[in-house]
Design a protein around this ligand. Structure first.
Ligand code: GRF
Length: 214
């Protein structure tokens, strides 16, 4: 593990080995790549059954090809409203029957159509120590505030942007000469450690609930 990263994810019962993940991503896909690698290596006890991307040509689509993961491009620009876009995303996700939907750099604001379709079953990673610095430009916000530690948070998705229950966090130092690029790069190293561990732990919690309540 890279130095100077402190990760906190509460321990949980093992996930059901047959858990299925679907991923939503818009860009480069480095977190998706880490999740796919962790799944292939057994560090993340779940398999990724599909990727939805809203940008044709995004790097995450190449990652899907590399790992043999089915992918679908649903371009938000082809829809009249956020709601209609999310309805198309939900239809694609349902075709894969995922146990959990994982946002990995999904640059669209979720509507009730998406959030209610998978209540408690969508998670996101955000490049700040929530509840500080929600929304866009979180790393810039942290630097402007003069914080001396920064990090990332995995949380359950609710309608409030970056506002759901926290699953796990990782902390990195802010260095005197950091700019947005250097700090974001350090936070991303932490994200790549945190996300597989947090998803695995959360799947364990979900499978406990399913076992106890039917
Ligand atoms: C990450 O920094 C994540 O915190 C934010 O979007 C970025 C996605 O990066 N939500 P990548 O596409 O996974 O490299």
């Amino acid at each position: 593990m890279p130095e100077n990263i402190l990760i906190s994810v509460p321990r949980a019962a093992p996930a059901a080995p047959s858990s299925k993940l679907a991923v939503l991503a818009s860009g480069r896909g480095s977190n998706f790549q880490r999740l796919a690698a962790a799944s292939a290596e057994g560090e993340l006890r779940a398999r990724i059954v599909g990727l939805v991307c809203n940008n044709a040509g995004a790097g995450c689509l190449s990652v899907a090809d590399e790992f043999g993961i089915p992918s679908a491009v649903i371009d938000h620009r082809a829809f009249d409203s956020r709601d209609e876009f999310d309805a198309a995303v939900v239809a694609q996700l349902r075709a894969w029957s995922p146990d959990l939907v994982v946002m990995a750099g999904w640059m669209r604001i979720a509507t009730p159509t998406l959030v209610d379709a998978f209540h408690d079953r969508i998670v996101n990673i955000h490049p700040s120590l929530l509840p500080s610095f929600r929304g866009m430009n979180a790393v810039r916000q942290a630097l402007d505030a003069g914080v001396t530690v920064a990090g990332c948070t995995v949380h359950v998705v609710r309608l409030e942007v970056d506002g759901g229950p926290i699953i796990g966090q990782a902390v990195v130092p802010v260095l005197d000469d950091d700019d947005e690029g250097t700090l974001h790069a350090r936070i991303q190293l932490a994200e790549h450690q945190l996300y597989p561990a947090a998803v695995d732990a959360y799947l364990g919690r979900l499978s406990n609930v399913t076992t106890k309540h039917g």
